[in-house]
Design a protein around this ligand. Sequence first.
Ligand code: NDP
Ligand code: HSE
Length: 402
Amino acid sequence: MVNVAILGFGTVGSGVAEVLAKNADHIDQKVETPVRLKYILDVRDFPDSPFGDKVVHDFSIIENDPTVDIVVETIGGATVALDFTRRALTAGKSVVSSNKELVAEHGHELLQLAAEKGVSYLFEASVGGGIPILRPLSQCLAANELTEVCGILNGTTNYILTRMIRSGLTFEAALKEAQANGYAEKDPTADVEGHDACRKICILAAIAFGRHVYPRQVPTEGISGVTLADVAYAESCNRKIKLLGRAVKQDDGRICAYVAPHLVDGEAPLAGVEDVFNAIMVKGDAIGDVMFYGRGAGKLPTASAVVADVMDAARHIRSRKRIEWGPGGDDVAVGPEKMAFRWYVRALGTAEDARAVPGASLLSRPGAPADEVAFLTSPMTRAQLDGALGALVPQSVFRVLE
Ligand code: NDP
Ligand code: HSE
């Protein structure tokens, strides 16, 4: 018998309890031993829940119960969740998490602690919700020298952009829908301003390239600057606006990582990824391009990934399931300042000023004000672009994904 405790009975934690109960026969058969939910830790009581009798409020009950083998951390954040994760691992319990903030900030330390204690620390659900990505990246693609990971990593912002573009919803109305669906972070600024995607690209980069990348090393821009005017200009050149997280292995071995809105070719696979769906493209020297696609957030898709990790940890109770990467450092990651991109620019100014920008190809949209111009440029660095803008006053500046 394997006993499980869930920390945090919110959207994901309650989904985990539901899947463990609903699919108990199938799970027990696959793990070859019963997997049972013993405790739920939360700050609240849940008297109307079928799992209400399992709720406790003191973590030390779980920590000190030797029959608890696996702790599922679905509280979120990097404060109390860090403390509970350290204590669970130290007590010799495997930990399964959906908490990308914690993994992006402390993954290296927690993986080392798990290794010392001979237990597992697994977090498949922390990137891409229900999409299997971390295990394929660390195991199925292990034979490849990986050069790039790039994708739509946040369900909330992709949902918002899709609802704005397809149904003309305001940003605020679309965000409310995403929150009601359980997709958004507790503080949705983390979604909207790109911090959530930043945490996920840090985890992907660590697994793909073997070194810890900290969120503070990743220049991050969200979608709050994207307007319906930008959407119309993007459509006029058969492109879609998508928030992408990208990590590229440079020739000098360092990792160039960033998060920003991009114009994506309308025919490219990423352009067709809509609503809460995420997609992650991986480039390897043997496989070429491979894309992972599925629901990037939500109760049951995320619980699906968490429970699969629980099953994996349960099967390896006495032989740790190994994920690992090296430490971070100032020399490990760099921003994209030295990379050349084609740029989309919407600015206040004249067409004459715009035509002076190298390679400028002007765009149009119905109802544009007389003092607005928009154009795509030839490839250049951001510093070169800023130098070429002259009298133009930029309103939106996004990269074009080639
Ligand atoms: P929720 O806010 O819905 O759930 C968190 C739960 O933990 C809440 O019930 C909360 O109570 C409880 N909690 C807060 N503080 C404590 C504490 N000190 N002790 C015990 N319980 C506590 O978050 P989600 O389920 O949406 O997300 C959980 C984690 O999973 C986050 O890291 C998130 O980023 C990640 N994630 C979420 C996905 C999603 O689709 N929602 C998808 C993939 C990952 P209260 O509400 O009273 O604060
Ligand atoms: N808030 C996150 C998102 C949850 O919208 O993608 C999934 O990690």
